[in-house]
Design a protein. Structure first.
Length: 536
């Protein structure tokens, strides 16, 4: 990580106007049609889950009074600039808000893919180039976001300015890859869609047919999950391709751009299938894929190794599974300890002795190092229950609820509220239950909580990385032994197994600070290993 990124430097700028020639006032149309939620409202609602409201800005033309009044009534932040020179509007807004990294959106794309913004954020943390353009390929039209530096936006090329550069904000960046580093990431969360071209799907509002489609899409997906993403849209296209025929004939304006000329350096990352291995393996492999792409590698992300390509570099995050292949790198495989050049631990493990004061090498998303501007809520306990069943979820709830508002002097944390992510719905209304949550929202919940109760794994690392009080439970025999290890070597209290929790009537005196220093560098060993393979 470059160490220079602050979430306060990142702004979402949405260009918006009412004067569309093909479909006037389209951005104020309601979705669904009979509702009071406009296209712009959908955009703002989605972005508000990631960006602070003061960093979401609509850039509107001078004299567009109806739009300005709409934004004022909504209390949305806006900036007024040139109607004809859209790039100048962005430049002046950039200077006014002192933005360093700009996420550019347009006001006619109501269903932007929030998961993609997560990975663009991760990518920015690895960028050291002052001039860059960053986007993600493999998304339906209208669901993607592009990002570029303020330096790139403000840089002027020599000679007269072509009219197309004033009408299209970032075209002057994309047409000059010799100046601005062009980075086009594949979408790691869409890796399993190999038999469909998402770019043929139009999830934007240019014409009335587009509007008809997005209204139908909301009824189909949005009523179940208002923040549905590209994954759900593409899956629907696979299951019901006829659903998207309504606007398939609408043409999109495009510009020819220079093609990338880099050599292909393929790497396959194999993650443990989440239903069998838990979601932690998949999440960290997606983040690893972004890191390696930012370092010039073409990534194939899969839950299965390629047994036909014996010499292809393959990174295995599937515990102790073995395959008769050559160039393999092992993550958290107890048969391949990290004293070898082709293995690393992403989590601490009893197999490697830890002495007091030793730094612990680990890896997870770089976003867990960022401040999402969340203030700690005293007394809030966050429980991460993953895919635990009804009996296990209720055991945890009952254990915590016996201490709710008890304010006993024996504990460091007085429990005032309980938030549980994962597991099954609670039977007690005092437990705030969240079944599904985005990764960034998950990090925000960690930041807001005083205590995190979970089992040994990535959530534990992210929580102690934020300096939170953490305690562990054992959900399997392996997690029980790892929980005891964490208590002995890392200073993280272990409450016991779920069966022991049933009769446990005490709340631990939590250690205010873990005994160890975390160093997020386990992924760097993979990069060194790949460099040695491609140099040989």
């Amino acid at each position: 990580m470059s160490g220079i990124l602050s979430t306060r430097d990142c702004f979402a700028f949405i260009q918006a106007r009412l004067g569309s020639t093909r479909f006037p006032k389209k951005i104020l149309k309601s979705i669904p049609e009979e509702s009071n939620t406009s296209v712009l409202d959908h955009i703002h609602n989605r972005l508000s889950t990631i960006f602070p409201k003061e960093q979401i800005v609509f850039l509107v033309p001078e004299g567009d009074r109806e739009l300005i009044e709409f934004l004022q009534n909504k209390n949305y932040q806006y900036f007024v600039g040139s109607e004809s020179d859209v790039r100048d509007r962005f430049r002046k807004a950039c200077l006014h808000f002192k933005a360093k990294h700009i996420f550019r959106l347009t006001g006619d794309n109501p269903f932007i893919d929030l998961e993609s913004i997560r990975y663009l954020y991760e990518a920015i943390t690895y960028i050291s180039d002052p001039y860059y353009s960053l986007s993600m390929v493999g998304l339906p039209l209208g669901m993607g976001v592009e990002c570029f530096s303020a330096n790139s936006l403000l840089l002027d090329a020599k000679g007269p300015i072509p009219e197309r550069h004033t009408e299209h904000v970032s075209l002057h960046i994309k047409e000059h890859p010799e100046i601005h580093k062009q980075i086009r990431l594949s979408a790691p969360h869409l890796n399993h869609f190999v038999d469909i071209n998402p770019s043929t799907l139009r999830i934007t509002v240019d014409e009335s047919k587009d509007y008809e489609l997005v209204c139908s899409l909301w009824e189909k997906l949005g009523t179940k999950d208002p923040f549905f993403g590209a994954k759900e849209v593409i899956q629907l296209a696979k299951d019901q391709p006829e659903f998207f025929l309504v606007n398939a004939s609408v043409e999109q304006v495009t510009f020819p751009l220079p093609k990338e000329g880099r050599k292909s350096k393929q790497v396959r990352i194999v993650y443990g299938e989440p239903s069998l291995f838990g979601s932690g393996h998949y999440e960290r492999c997606k983040s690893l894929s972004v890191f390696l792409e930012m370092n010039g590698y073409d990534i194939i992300l899969s839950d299965k190794p390629d047994l036909e390509s014996r010499d292809l570099p393959q990174i295995l995050d599937i515990r102790e599974n073995e395959f008769p292949l050559h160039n393999l790198f092992y993550i958290d495989n107890l048969h391949h300890l990290p004293n070898k050049s082709n293995s690393s631990f992403f989590l601490p493990n009893p197999m490697i002795p830890i002495h007091q004061g030793d730094p612990i090498s680990y890896f997870n998303s770089p976003l867990s190092e960022l401040d999402w501007n969340q203030k700690t809520i005293p007394g809030q306990v966050l429980v991460y229950a993953g895919s635990l069943g009804k009996e296990e979820s209720e055991l945890i709830d009952r254990y915590l609820l016996q201490f709710l508002n008890s304010n006993t002097a024996e504990t460091i944390v007085n429990i005032d509220s309980v938030v549980r992510i994962g597991g099954t719905p609670p039977i007690n209304q005092n437990v705030n239950f969240i079944s599904r949550i985005s990764y960034i929202e998950f990090l925000k919940q960690i930041q807001k909580s005083e205590l995190v109760l979970t089992y040994f794994g990535q959530t534990m690392m992210e929580s102690i990385g934020y300096g939170k009080k953490v305690c562990l439970i054992g959900i399997t025999p392996i997690h029980e032994s790892l929980g005891k290890f964490a208590e002995e070597k890392l200073g993280i209290p272990y409450l016991g197994s779920l069966s022991e929790l049933k009769d446990y009537k005490q709340f631990p005196n939590l250690f205010p600070n873990p005994k160890t220093k975390l160093v997020r560098d386990a992924h760097l060993k993979i990069l060194k290993w790949l460099e040695s393979i491609y140099e040989s």
